[in-house]
Design a binder for this molecule. Structure first.
Ligand SMILES: [Zn+2]
Ligand SMILES: [Zn+2]
Length: 431
């Protein structure tokens, strides 16, 4: 990934924002593992390095330790057995090792939870932070926030954006099919997210950057084209996925908001996550939920794109109805819907902007296409396949929109007399 070229493309952007990224190095290529030492040296990484991994991610990275030693790094280790969740114990272990060894930099070997505890620890100890990614499973690599579970409750903390992101496509290509399919699911979500971003901007004048949106969309299109070739074991595909995932995370940093990467599909995924948590069920991969939610909302958005005209109506949110759905999470979830974000939209604006809204919705690929891509990538494409259950599918499509204080097309439905045939979309998820 050519950061210098990217910086050039974004210089003097028409959106008026000065887009800045904190990366020094991003390298996605075959054989990068064996060059980790020299790449970190070039990025002027300090030599007392805490390398954080678990047995799976270390085994997936042969040659890493030798490469670091050869480049003169003193290697300090935090080795986990099999890190499944990012919780306070994992994060504190990294922090204690930083202190005990006097580490001057942190290298996280892995993805997801391993990255999150290191990102958090790097912020707490104010140390330079690098990631050697082992699977293209989600777009949080460039994130400046870390979700950490404390006393069983997931909270999001400010965290450190990595200065260096490395990914060996030979390693990524061999990562479990389920993780790659989750990465694809997270990417497909950008189609609905971008429709929501454009629509919010049309309705309230919310900040929007076509350059960043376009760069992200192009990267997603490239990854999707590779996925359509059916060659999901190839390094080309792994590279395409990884680059789009990094770029999508970076896009949030460049714009200072989550809009380029997250819309109603993420709110729906978040809703299911909360419901799983309440029921004490094992969580599904983030990207898996996002992919399934994207297919479901793509069905809705495509149907809406065919609605010739709409009529607006004022509706109050029914707090009794919502608190019954969200249960014990309602006191927390309530903040996302009261006040109602739709209050920002002047009455009549949706009718006025409908032709442009329809055009944005029509750019979303069909739900059928989304599900086909997920299936061909070896992933699960419907609620039934992923064990989400018909009740959660039904609740999700109706109430998932209330999980975040954001204007999305799903939220805007509350302003229309038109009521979608939700049962049709739920039935599609039963297959
Ligand atoms: Zn811009
Ligand atoms: Zn995501």
């Amino acid at each position: 990934m050519d950061m210098a070229n990217l910086t050039r493309q974004l210089a003097g952007c028409a959106c008026g924002k000065e887009h800045t990224a904190s990366f020094r190095t991003v390298a996605v290529a075959s054989g990068v593992t064996g060059q980790t030492g020299s790449l970190l040296s070039e990025a002027l990484f300090p030599k007392r390095l805490l390398v954080v991994y678990d047995k799976n991610t270390l085994a997936a990275s042969p040659g890493l330790i030798d490469s670091l030693s050869e480049a003169g790094f003193s290697i300090l280790h935090t080795d986990f057995e099999d890190l499944q969740i990012a919780d306070e114990f994992g994060a504190n272990r990294v922090l204690e090792d930083v202190k005990r060894h006097g580490a001057e930099g942190i290298l996280s070997v892995g993805t997801g939870s391993l990255n999150d505890i290191c990102r958090y620890a790097a912020a707490k100890s104010n140390l330079p932070f690098a990631i050697l990614a082992t699977a293209p499973s989600m777009d949080g690599f460039a994130s400046s926030m870390a979700p950490i579970t404390i006393n069983g409750f997931k909270r999001t903390f400010p965290a450190k954006t990595p200065e260096v992101i490395l990914a060996d496509t030979a390693v990524l290509a061999k990562s479990p099919c389920e993780l790659k399919a989750a990465g694809l699911g997270d990417l497909l979500g950008k189609y609905t997210a971008h429709a929501d971003w454009v629509i919010a901007s049309l309705l309230t004048g919310e900040y929007y950057c076509e350059t960043v949106a376009g760069l992200t969309r192009d990267a997603v299109d490239r990854a999707v084209a590779l996925a359509s070739r059916g060659d999901t074991e190839s390094e080309d595909y792994a590279a395409g996925l990884m680059e789009a995932l990094i770029l999508s995370g970076l896009a949030m940093q460049l714009c200072g908001c989550t809009r380029p990467a997250s819309g109603a599909e993420h709110h729906l995924a978040h809703f299911w996550e909360m419901k799983f948590q309440l029921a004490g069920r094992k969580q599904l991969f983030h990207g898996k939920k996002v992919g399934i939610a994207t297919g479901m909302l793509a069905d809705v958005y495509n149907d809406l794109a065919d609605v010739p005209d709409v009529t607006e109506v004022q509706r109050e949110l029914d707090e009794n109805e919502l608190s019954a759905v969200f249960g014990s999470l309602w006191p927390e979830a309530r903040k996302e819907s009261f006040p109602n974000p739709l209050e920002e939209i002047p009455f009549g604006r949706v009718e006025e902007k409908w032709p442009e809204i329809k055009a944005a919705l029509a750019k979303v690929p069909s739900g059928k296409t989304v599900r086909k891509l997920l299936t061909e990538a070896g992933g699960e494409a419907t609620c039934a396949q992923a064990g989400i259950g018909v009740d959660l599918a039904r609740q999700g499509i109706r109430y998932g929109r209330y999980a975040r204080f954001r204007i999305t097309m799903m939220r805007v439905l509350d302003r229309l007399t038109f009521i979608p045939d939700y049962e049709k979309y739920v039935a599609e998820q039963g297959k």
